[in-house]
Ligand binder design. Structure first.
Ligand SMILES: [Fe+2]
Length: 375
């Protein structure tokens, strides 16, 4: 399978992985040949990248970090938590969450086990889902990234669980922010911005009253928009005053946001997202944590078309755990010509060969629209 961006799809190309909605229902089955109408529909569904099947990419299979069941249960839990908190007072919200607390711990334990068992670095691109409830999927992705980072930083299992629960619920305060503001595609007004920036404190207020959850989880919600140089919100606290778990979640949150479609911005690819994270290393984010994070994420996901420093074109076939910048690739073009017999190069062994570009990316026009603001 090959990963392509929706804007470069051609009619007649064959879908490699089924595309589902947020109820898990299949919208487009694998093996279906795309029509122009379907391609337009995918764009409307806000899907940026999909997997297609073709001869050159035969046998390349992207893997998923989570088992389907873990994913479905986690999404249900998050939906229940966010959905049940509608118009309740913050005290009754804490009651509801207390009831859900046990589920969350179980779900996070399952995510933790899946992350531990997974042989590959994390790639969440293989889940092609069209959804309008960005927050649910984002919360799950932030939990996966945070657990993987905590693991890489040698946190104990108990600590990984607490980070995971904090990550899953970090944006729970958004349940009290108007969905009109959260779903707004245009730039927010200063008043709307002030409103959005209340969500960490609201989340803290809800979570700190949950007996079932650790107080640290509440602090994760409170501090996930703080930045180590003091330029974050709501309090503008700095460096070591920010809890390490909140620093982890901050990184997972921003990376998860920029690599997903949001109402106001298109997704960018993991290597582009990582560049953005490193630009903020040492000022916004903790450098050591970003370095640990880089080791856990598939910088070049399986199925991506890459250009090597000697001009050869290749498809990413397999990740190397802890060195995701140097995957195994299948060469498909050299000297600007298709190779008759594709062959493999392990970039982790041939150290003079590097990836210099990717073919799959947003169009220049779409890139201009990438909004780097997230909340
Ligand atoms: Fe947030």
């Amino acid at each position: 399978m090959r990963l392509v961006s929706t804007h470069s799809l051609q009619s007649g190309e064959k879908i490699g992985k089924p595309i589902t909605n947020d109820q898990g229902q299949i919208l487009v089955q694998e093996g279906v040949n795309l029509t122009t109408r379907m391609i337009n529909r995918l764009k409307i569904l806000n899907i940026t990248f999909i997997y297609i099947e073709d001869e050159e990419s035969e046998g390349i299979e992207p893997t998923s970090t989570l088992h389907d069941q873990t994913k479905t249960e986690a999404i249900q839990d998050i939906k229940q938590a966010f959905g049940s908190l509608g118009e309740e007072s913050s005290l009754s919200k804490s009651f509801i969450l207390d009831r859900l607390g046990r589920n969350f711990k179980k779900t996070v334990k399952n995510i933790l086990m899946d992350v531990r068992e997974s042989d590959e670095t994390i790639s969440l691109l293989s889940d092609t889902i069209g959804h309008d409830r960005y927050t649910f999927y984002h919360s799950l992705n932030v939990a996966i990234y945070s657990i993987a980072m905590a693991r890489e930083l040698k946190f104990s299992e108990e600590e990984q669980l607490t980070v995971g629960v904090g990550a899953l619920l970090h944006d729970i305060g958004k349940t009290e922010i108007s969905s009109k503001i959260l779903q707004k595609a245009d730039k927010l007004t200063p008043e709307e911005m002030t409103e959005v920036k209340k969500h960490p404190e609201i989340g803290f207020d809800i979570l700190r009253k949950c007996f079932e959850l650790s107080t640290v989880s509440a602090h994760c919600a409170f501090q996930h928009h703080e930045r180590i140089d003091g330029n974050g919100y709501p309090r503008g606290i700095k460096g070591n005053d920010i809890h390490p778990y909140a620093k982890i979640i901050a990184i997972a949150d921003v990376f998860g946001a920029v690599t997903s479609n949001r109402v106001y911005s298109k997704a960018i690819l993991p290597h582009e997202g990582m560049e953005l994270m490193f630009a903020g290393a040492g000022t916004q984010f903790d450098l050591k944590m970003i370095q640990a994070f880089r080791k856990t994420v598939a910088i070049y996901p399986v199925g991506l078309t890459v250009i090597l420093n000697d001009g050869r074109k290749a498809l990413v076939v397999q990740q190397h755990k802890l060195n995701s910048e140097r995957p195994v690739v299948r060469i498909i073009e050299e000297n600007n010509e298709k190779v008759s017999r594709p062959y493999y190069v392990d970039l982790n062994k041939q150290l003079t060969v590097t990836i210099v570009d990717t073919e799959t990316t947003l169009s220049a026009k779409e890139k201009k629209l990438v909004n780097r603001f997230y909340f």
